[in-house]
Design a protein around this ligand. Structure first.
Ligand code: NAD
Length: 279
């Protein structure tokens, strides 16, 4: 299992399994398959409504807790110091766990004071050992700087949309001096036209792999953490079979040139501008 070391020394698997928008029973069965396949990192969120079933699949796996890495997230409606602490307790109870490995603020709040208060709550949870690492999702570099200036507490991770059509080179570079690890959501571009791209098809044929495997291998080699989703057992296994081949320099350059700055989901920069305009 490839791991990355976060800025507080915690090790996190570089390839995990996402269950965004997967309904409870399907999430339980998908997580069971993922854990049996070898995934050890699961990405859920209060917003996904499946923490209970994810927790059941974890409990039933029989795997020891210290060999698993569980991420969940604080939803927008629960921002603020006390609300964040309450929301965390509720997530932990639904998951049936005593701690989570990574807790993320899912989206910035419209009023930055609110997510700064949430961030202070996450710092407290971290110092109490109830979360092993604290992070953000969908924050711009400027928003991260604002939080660190206000609290002196640096996020371990920023989880953002990232795939070959949205390669986020600037954001990845900006994260390095800030010691923030970039984690890719929608790492497969949500399985849309990205996976039909002829360049990826050619690279896949060259290595005898699928386009999805080429994209996940690209994530591993450029250093992002990736959390692909699937509810199809054969794809769950396919997406994990990426540790026994490598892309060469030419492949990496061809994938780099695919960038179109194209979002599948909401662009956090647009979101931040709208929030600023609304204030
Ligand atoms: P993804 O890029 O992982 O794509 C998933 C889709 O790709 C699947 O539904 C399926 O249609 C297809 N697919 C998967 N494996 C395939 C394969 N081997 N071959 C062909 N098609 C395949 O997209 P996602 O689900 O949006 O993102 C992954 C995870 O990221 C989510 O489950 C969630 O955990 C997280 N996420 C976080 C945020 C956030 O705001 N923090 C937003 C979106 C997603």
């Amino acid at each position: 299992m490839h791991t990355v070391t976060l800025n507080n020394g915690v090790r996190m698997p570089q390839l995990g399994f996402g269950v965004g928008r997967v309904p409870g029973d399907a999430a339980r069965s998908a997580v069971e398959t993922a854990l049996a396949t070898g995934y050890r990192s699961i990405d859920t969120a209060a917003r996904y409504g499946n923490e209970t079933e994810v927790g059941q699949a974890i409990a039933e796996s029989g795997l020891s807790r210290e060999n698993l890495f569980v991420t969940t997230k604080l939803w927008k409606d629960d921002q603020g110091y006390d609300d964040a602490l309450r929301a965390f307790d509720a997530s932990l109870e639904r998951l049936g766990l005593e701690y989570v490995d990574l807790y993320l603020i899912h989206w910035p709040a419209e009023n930055p004071r609110l997510h700064t208060d949430s961030w202070r709550a996450l710092r407290r949870l971290n110092s109490e050992g109830r979360i092993r690492a604290a992070g953000l999702s969908n924050f711009t570099a400027a928003q991260i700087d604002g939080l660190v200036d206000a609290t002196g507490f640096t996020p371990a991770v920023n989880q953002i949309e990232l795939h070959p059509y949205l390669s986020q080179e600037y954001t990845r570079m900006a994260a390095v001096p800030r010691r923030v690890r970039i984690e890719a959501w929608s790492p497969l571009g949500q399985g849309k036209d990205l996976l039909d791209d002829p360049v990826l098809g050619e690279i896949a044929a060259k290595h005898g792999r699928s386009p999805a495997q080429v994209v996940l291998r690209w994530h591993l080699q450029v250093g992002t953490i990736a959390i692909p989703k699937s509810v199809t057992p054969s794809r769950i296994r396919e997406n994990f079979a990426v540790f026994d081949f490598g892309l060469d320099g030419e492949d990496l350059e061809r994938v780099r040139l695919l960038n179109q700055d194209r979002h599948c989901g909401v662009d956090p920069a647009t979101y931040a501008r709208r929030a600023a305009a609304a204030r």
